[in-house]
Write a protein that binds this ligand. Sequence first.
Ligand SMILES: *Cc1c(COP(=O)(O)O)cnc(C)c1O
Length: 461
Amino acid sequence: MDERTAALDAAHRAASEFLAGVDERPVWPRASLEEMLAAFGGTLPDDGEPADSVIARLASTADPGLVDIPGGRFFGFVIGGSLPAAVAADWLVSAWDQNSGSSSLSPATVAIERTAGRWMCELFGLPTTSSVGFVTGAQGSNTACLAIAQHAVLRPAGWDLTRQGLRGAPGLRLVVGEHRHSSIDRAARFCGIGTDELVVVASDAEGRMLPDALAASLGSGDRTPTVVCLQAGEVHTGAFDPFAELIPIAKAHGAWVHVDGAFGLWAAASDRLRHLTEGIAGADSWTTDAHKTLNVPYDCGMAIVRDPADSIAMFRTGGDYLMYSGMDPWDVTPELSRRARGVPAWAALRSLGRSGVAALVERLHDNARHLAERLEVMPLVTVVSEVPYTQVMFRLDHDVATRALGAAILADGTAALTGAEWHGRAVLRCSMSSWATSSADVDLTVEAIERLAAEVTERSV
Ligand SMILES: *Cc1c(COP(=O)(O)O)cnc(C)c1O
């Protein structure tokens, strides 16, 4: 057997064994970073090792330090698992080793990604003529979209950002919601906008931007170049900004509207949940992730921009040795060379079909409702927010007990969820983001929460 086949067989074996065991393993890792460093550290040996034995060693050594994200009971942050077609397509991407920055380097993967991008625009009800840039994730997308937006709003003010830079540029307002994702602030920093400069608009108790507050912060007759960042899916509550009210207000001031819909944009694929996204098509740019709700492996985010000319104006590549072909991936995103990360998204979409995407999103919502309903009847537990989408948040009576419950759940290993603070109180968050979560997984999780909440409460009295 040649070395390539032996190595791939070893990877296939290790991956299949790992995935076959995901329902049985503790969800939180058994090994710490220090233990993993001890296991993998040391000096680089002088002599090499055959590829298949490297792979077998890698898999067995890493095992105790892996988080069980592919199983059905990982609810931390907003993560998502990986559909079988997407995992397998990702292996092909590595075997093909295409440079998907350019269509001349890979007509196949650029065509696959372009198709995946169009399918997603159709699912979201966005213009199919938009540019869809495949980036690492929602952080990458928010940064790319903000850079594009900044150039687009300064140009009518007589300023060419790409030639003249930011120093000396006309004032620019970046208007954001009180409950924006932290990646918006980081995106602003990368774009040369300090966090003190942000215009922060108040939200309601669920984290939705208030239209009156937006109108007030934009002022009347003020034509300062403005970018307004809205949000589809707040990470604690899952709430959506009221786009149909907010976007016309922003547009009346000539603003560029960006929507961070890292996991929320997918609601638009469902007849039942689409109402949450009503009005989003009126924006100028949108962020979403395939590695969250669509359940493809890391990393895969999309920067969607209504007018491709705006993306190209910011990112067009100049090197004369780069064969030019109109609108290549590297003309609409910050990266040059990159893996064909959109291919697994194509495979996930093709394996689900339009109805399967809708069913996936609805099942995540059903699981969230089911969890919330079971938690609501527990005397020790308070469900903190409405559950319009995939996020559930709850707490015990005292913050100390809530935090202790969070630690107890991770140590117990049945499920993983992560803590946060909401309106000044400690809370635990449960994000329904994985295709692998069944209602039996939700029930097992509820039983663990009930048992551990009783233990924690008993200990603290
Ligand atoms: C997860 C998330 C992000 C950041 O996404 P990455 O894919 O981790 O870069 C940004 N915004 C929202 C609303 C998110 O949920």
